[in-house]
Design a protein around this ligand. Structure first.
Ligand code: HEC
Length: 195
């Protein structure tokens, strides 16, 4: 009985396969292996007007995980940030250590590991005009440091695409620590992170 079924099955499948018309498109098994489920780029679909498959984002949209920064990239924005923008990230030993790590990756090549403006690139005369963090004329604050990391300033580029806002604030803590050290001030006391 079993062999009869097997033979029938073979005959049936052979008949099925051999009679296909080769000029016609054949059956597709598992069609979603060939036809993608998501919309293809530049495909024509009914979902949006004029058969577009995607639209540009609505004005004012904020990407997931992104924190907007409201101070504009001009002198007014700089001055305002310098005066009123505060670092809300707790000043803990751990946060400062992470800030130091990020600082040494992103900033020390120009600003130097101790923030005196004599980094590797400056010593090799690859870039000029890097200030020391205790520069009196600049009198940087935690707000101004964040502002220049976000927007960049003159020959210094923006770091807003390299680090998220929390990381920028961690670096900010470290820059302010270096500034205090350069000015010979007492180190700031650590906060304990309260739950
Ligand atoms: C490619 C070299 C370079 C790197 C890397 C760099 N900077 Fe700068 N930075 C400069 C230069 C040049 C200036 C002076 C710009 C000017 O005002 O002309 C400057 C200025 C500054 C100032 C003073 C701005 C003011 O208010 O006048 C701060 C603060 C600062 N940088 C912080 C940072 C931090 C923090 C990082 C790392 C996230 C960083 N920089 C990375 C070159 C660099």
């Amino acid at each position: 009985m079993k062999s009869l079924i097997t033979i029938l099955l073979i005959v049936f499948s052979l008949a099925f396969i051999s009679c296909s018309d080769k000029t016609e498109r054949n059956y597709q098994y598992f069609p979603n292996m060939y036809v993608s489920v998501p919309y293809d780029t530049y495909g024509e679909y009914e979902i949006f007007p004029e058969e577009q498959e995607a639209l540009t984002v609505v004005e004012g949209s904020i990407p997931r995980g992104f924190t907007p920064y409201e101070y504009e990239d001009n002198t007014e924005g700089y001055t305002k940030a310098k005066e009123e923008l505060k670092n809300e990230v707790p000043y803990t030993e751990e946060n400062l250590a992470t800030g130091k790590e990020l600082y040494n990756i992103y900033c020390a090549t120009c600003h130097g590991e101790n923030g005196n403006g004599k980094g590797y690139l400056v010593e090799r005369e690859k870039i000029l005009g890097v200030p020391s963090y205790d520069d009196q004329g600049r009198a940087i604050t935690e707000g101004s440091v964040y502002h220049v990391m976000w927007h960049g300033i003159n020959t210094m580029g923006s770091y807003a695409s390299q680090m998220n806002s929390e990381e920028l604030w961690l670096v900010d803590h470290y820059v302010m620590k270096l500034k205090a050290e350069l000015e010979g001030k007492e180190p700031r006391e650590f906060e304990t992170e309260s739950e």
